[in-house]
Design a protein around this ligand. Structure first.
Ligand code: BG6
Length: 306
């Protein structure tokens, strides 16, 4: 006998939805269709939300899974095709325009095997500043034995639609100094903190300072190994051929909004993305799906304790 529920709740000034399935809980805001938190009852969170997150309209909440679209990061670092979609690329803010606007609720479902919710955003109904194109986004979240997130983009116009994007997921960790990311070994990456140099990852990724890298063509499965919490967070993606790994460390933490000075120790971002050469160009009337499954195993699958 399973139990699934979906309930509307208000958090601060935001309308949110609380999903539960058996022991799992998920919180998502209508603004930005932003997942805020994902956890199993009685355990540390899996998807992290800052204790200083401001539940206010007009700004993305620090934590969860902000949707970055129709560009990721600094627009001027994007391919020409993505920059050309914007009328004033020099003035564009980071991470696109949809993480801080309201999306439309498409539907909720409570079934034997899952609780789910779907949001949409349509640029014809709610135009983006200086980005005059016709596109629809559908963000679907399915909470079952694992969490499944799908972001579909449809080109509703009659010209090619070029965009970059990311599911900017924040994960909770016990201690950034002790965790590692498996799956990136031998991958090429761009070290954005060292003049965007191209490098190659040796072994598993450990954290010992500010980290802000774009991994190119990572494998579909990545793992966050957390020895203190004796758990592995598994991430399985499709439709994404780039992954951004980010931790602000000590100094940048002090400059970030909605972020405790010490919070860098207990989070890391792995952002499943389509950036740089992996940016997407959609022909008219076609669509692209970026999908991510997240689940936890309470054993260190890659580094078993002996
Ligand atoms: C990451 C970037 O994706 O997002 C970082 O790689 C950036 O450089 C971080 O600092 C947070 O961005 P923001 O706009 O949410 O503060």
């Amino acid at each position: 006998m399973t139990t699934a529920s979906v309930d509307r709740i208000e958090m601060g000034d935001l309308t949110c939805w609380s999903l539960s399935f058996n022991n799992s809980k998920l919180l998502i805001a209508e603004q930005g269709a932003q997942i805020l938190r994902y956890e199993n009852n009685g355990e540390p969170p899996i998807i992290w939300l800052s204790e200083h997150a401001e539940m206010k309209p007009g700004n993305s909440q620090r934590g969860g899974v902000p949707v970055c679209w129709p560009w990721f990061g600094d627009l001027l670092r994007n391919p020409d095709s993505v920059q050309a979609m914007h009328q004033q690329p020099q003035q564009a803010g980071a991470h696109g325009l949809v993480r801080s606007i309201d999306w439309a609720l498409e539907g909720v479902e409570q079934r034997e095997e899952c609780a789910s919710i779907t949001f949409s955003y349509n640029s014809l109904e709610q135009p983006l500043a200086h980005w005059p194109h016709a596109a629809e986004l559908i963000l679907s979240v399915r909470l079952g034995e694992r969490l499944s997130i799908s972001l579909v983009c449809r080109n509703l116009g009659d010209q090619p639609l070029a965009f970059s994007q990311a599911l900017h997921s924040y994960f909770a960790v016990s201690d950034i100094n002790q965790v590692s990311v498996e799956g990136l070994q031998d991958c090429s990456y761009i070290e954005t903190l060292e003049d965007w140099q191209a490098r190659t990852q040796t072994g598993a990724l450990h954290f010992s300072g500010e980290t802000d890298r774009i991994y190119l063509n990572p494998p579909a499965k990545l793992q966050i190994i957390d020895p203190l919490w004796q758990r592995t967070i598994n991430l399985l993606s499709t439709g994404s051929h780039s992954a951004v790994v980010w931790n602000p460390w000590i100094d940048k933490a002090q400059r970030l909004s909605q972020f405790d000075d010490a919070a860098w120790q207990q989070m890391l971002c792995i952002e499943h993305a389509n950036v740089l050469d992996d940016a997407v160009t959609l022909a008219p009337a076609t669509e692209h799906e970026l999908a991510l499954d997240i689940w936890v195993e309470h054993a260190l699958t890659s580094h078993p304790l002996v």
